[in-house]
Design a protein around this ligand. Structure first.
Ligand code: C2O
Length: 440
């Protein structure tokens, strides 16, 4: 479908109010279909959490447990994973722990982890890409006292941007096809929306919720903004950047000062990784008023402690084989197989190589986006060179373009049991690019 950019107003998904008791915050979420306006004037049928596209935002306090009862009123199997959550294996949304149509399941999240922009999304075995594409994702923000003590923009000036691509047919159908055939860019469920801001600082939590498209986000006027955090939480120090390369599943926490624009001005966020045939616009910020601003970006944000010395090293090769599937070390995922075993508390270095050859655009399918459950990692180096600003701090997804070798380090702590790691280009994980680590 054709559309005129910047006509829809960008919605901010509502924060769900919990039922509180002395032990936890409780939520009931229903997965059901809904008719939503992705492109102005067209109705699309999508799969949702609570009828919202994307789902409602959950705000969790560090150290306070959250219990979510998920009820599946869809006609497909589902399963919910808290991406970036340190969660016991039984509540991690393992691919084969699915919720049948008509059934429900309770997920317990301890939230014993630092402030970070997590997200929840579907993970049902071999259909996670279809389910996430159809609408099953939402933001889950963990906050803590350390973060709240910082003078960062907060409240209405702290805004999630959940960015993904889509193909919407002229009858409104949300159609799942290859990334290069998905020309519509959605922010919080609307195609190329506009967002009215005051001339002051905003904190933007940017999520790449696309199933397999990397974004290279910049302001059209080339202006700088400040990166303050990545997947796993705040950086130790802010970094000034002009672009943000985010692979499928990655997040960036940024502060943008719209005071540099006059009231009545506007600035477009663009995707420099758009294909030559695509419109690169993502959304427009319209500066509509002034507002007082006592926020600041402090020079020290958080303590990101060094990891202990690694005692185990492993190598993983990611490759696609047109006859067998997308592989990790030559294997397709088998939920009954343990691929690697480690002891609780072990620090490891993983060397991950994308063995697929580079190719001319459209080449989104040649990228990989490596993700681990349970453990956050640090990027040690990429092709022997220091990591980019967006790869500093705690991470749970790292981009691996064709030919690249990335070394990461993590400590397998918190819980024992079986957890998966996989490519977060979900067509790849659906196609077998997933494996199991058992923590004993
Ligand atoms: Cu965001 Cu195993 O996934």
């Amino acid at each position: 479908a054709e559309s005129t950019p910047f006509t829809a107003v960008m919605p901010i998904p509502p924060v769900l109010a919990p039922a509180r008791d002395s032990r936890c915050d409780r939520y009931d979420i229903t997965m059901r279909t809904a008719r939503v306006e992705i492109i102005p004037g067209l109705l699309s049928t999508v799969n949702t959490y609570n009828g919202l596209f994307p789902g409602p935002t959950i705000v969790a306090q560090r150290g306070r447990a959250v219990r979510i009862r998920q009820t599946n009123e869809l006609s497909v199997l589902t399963g919910v994973h808290l991406h970036g959550g340190k969660v016991p294996a039984a509540h991690d949304g393992h691919p084969t722990d699915t919720i049948a149509p008509g059934a429900s399941r309770v997920y317990d999240y301890p939230n014993n982890q630092s402030a970070a922009p997590l997200w929840y999304h579907d993970h049902a075995h071999m259909i996670e890409g279809d389910n996430v594409y159809s609408g099953l994702s939402g933001a889950y923000l963990v906050t803590d006292q350390q973060e709240q003590s910082l003078p960062l923009p907060h409240g209405r000036y702290d805004v999630p941007l959940q960015i993904r691509d889509a193909r919407v047919l002229s009858d409104g159908t949300l159609y799942y096809t290859r990334a290069q055939d998905r020309p519509h860019v959605l922010v919080n469920g609307k195609e190329r929306p506009r967002f009215e801001v005051a001339a002051r600082r905003y904190r933007l939590r940017i999520f790449n919720t696309s199933v397999d498209r990397p974004f290279d986000l910049r302001f059209a006027d080339g202006s700088e903004f400040v990166l303050i955090g990545t997947d796993g939480g705040l950086l130790s120090e802010p970094v000034r950047v002009q672009s943000l390369l985010l692979g499928a599943g990655e997040r960036a926490d940024v502060v943008v000062d719209f005071a540099r624009y006059a009231v009545g001005g506007s600035v477009v966020l663009v995707n420099a990784a758009a294909l030559a045939t695509e419109n690169a616009d993502v959304m427009r910020f319209d500066v509509v008023c002034t507002a007082s601003d006592s926020s600041k970006v402090p020079g020290k944000l958080a303590a990101v402690p060094p990891l202990p010395k690694a005692t185990v090293e492993r190598n993983f090769v990611l490759a696609q084989d047109w006859t067998r599937g997308a592989l990790i070390n030559g294997n397709v995922y088998d939920p009954n197989r343990v691929d690697v075993q480690t002891r609780l508390g072990t620090t490891e270095i993983w060397t991950i190589t994308n063995a697929d050859p580079a190719g001319p655009p459209p080449n989104f399918h040649l990228n990989h986006s490596f993700h681990t459950h349970l453990a956050d990692f640090r990027v040690l180096d990429r092709n022997g060179k220091p990591p980019a600003p967006t790869e500093l701090g705690c991470k749970d997804v790292v981009r691996i373009p064709p030919g690249d070798t990335v070394r990461i380090a993590m400590t397998w702590s918190g819980y024992t049991g079986r957890f998966v790691f996989h490519c977060h280009q979900l067509p790849h994980s659906e196609w077998g690019q997933m494996a199991t680590i058992e923590v004993v």
